[in-house]
Write a protein that binds this ligand. Structure first.
Ligand code: CO
Length: 264
């Protein structure tokens, strides 16, 4: 039986971070499942079009990829999401894949990064293993994407868990959802003694949002706004996909999908 694993990412038009993040996750998936051929798809139609127009790259959407796999005779396909939350892009992925279910012997789904409570534990542990320990006067801020999707609640839970683990110096905010910059900034002030802030993206790829909304020179970036409030700011632009322990969680989720199908 021809088997495939389709790594499905939001996508990025920043070539420098693409291979370090999405490419690294795909490489780990390929290594973990040597019996499956690895393929790439992006859920962002906008990015697929941009890469095609600008770089002549032909990256497939989920529908295009599944159509091609069915045409090439693949019968057993695992779709592994590399999204952070079970949000809009995950819903879109499922909706785009649904019509293809009948074209494969098995079509199974590996969950996004932050799905179950054990994922929160694994993600906080992975991040804590990379971070410096708590330092007086220094706070750590993570910037997630955020949205109006119900799954947006994960960001607040993640901060709650950091605090439960004794890291009350860590704040989690989002660019496009709640908590946003205002809430992060207010909580930094409430801490009273914060002078320095280390900022990290909480996104698989350190692309547009990380480079511009977080660390950009424009006056509305988080860096500029925090600096205007008197903090000394350092931005560390490492995408989650660059962290081996985070990639291992995606591999684990793919393993879950494979096992589920064996029992199905
Ligand atoms: Co965005």
């Amino acid at each position: 039986m021809k088997k495939a694993i389709l790594a499905v990412s939001f996508g990025t038009s920043h070539a420098d971070t693409l291979e370090k993040t999405i490419g690294a996750i795909e490489a780990d998936l390929a290594a973990a499942f040597p019996d499956r051929q690895l393929f790439r798809a992006f859920t962002s139609g906008m990015i697929v079009k941009k890469l095609n127009r600008r770089d002549g790259l032909a990256i497939r959407t989920v529908s295009q990829a599944l159509e091609a796999l069915a045409g090439e005779g693949y019968e057993d396909v695992v779709l592994q999401s590399t999204h952070v939350i079970n949000g809009e892009e995950w819903d879109k992925l499922r909706a785009q894949a649904a019509p293809f279910a009948g074209q494969f012997h098995r079509l199974s789904f590996g969950m996004p990064l932050l799905t179950g409570i054990e994922d929160y534990r694994a993600v906080t542990e992975a991040l804590l293993s990379r971070l410096p320990g708590p330092e007086p006067g220094t706070a750590i801020v993570f910037m997630g994407h955020g949205s109006e999707h119900p799954a947006n609640a994960v960001y607040a839970i993640l901060e709650y868990m950091f605090h439960d683990l004794g890291r009350r110096d860590i704040r989690v905010g989002t660019v496009e959802g709640y908590p946003g910059f205002e809430e992060v900034s207010r909580r930094l002030q409430e801490a009273g003694d914060v002078k320095r802030v280390r900022c990290y993206p909480l996104m698989v790829v350190a692309g547009d949002h990380a480079k511009n909304d977080l660390a950009g020179e424009e006056p509305d970036s988080w860096r500029s706004r925090l600096e205007a409030q008197g903090y000394e700011v350092r931005c560390i632009l490492e995408g989650l996909g660059e962290i081996p322990e985070i990639r291992a969680i995606f591999v684990d989720h793919a393993q879950g999908a494979v096992e589920e199908e064996n029992h199905g």
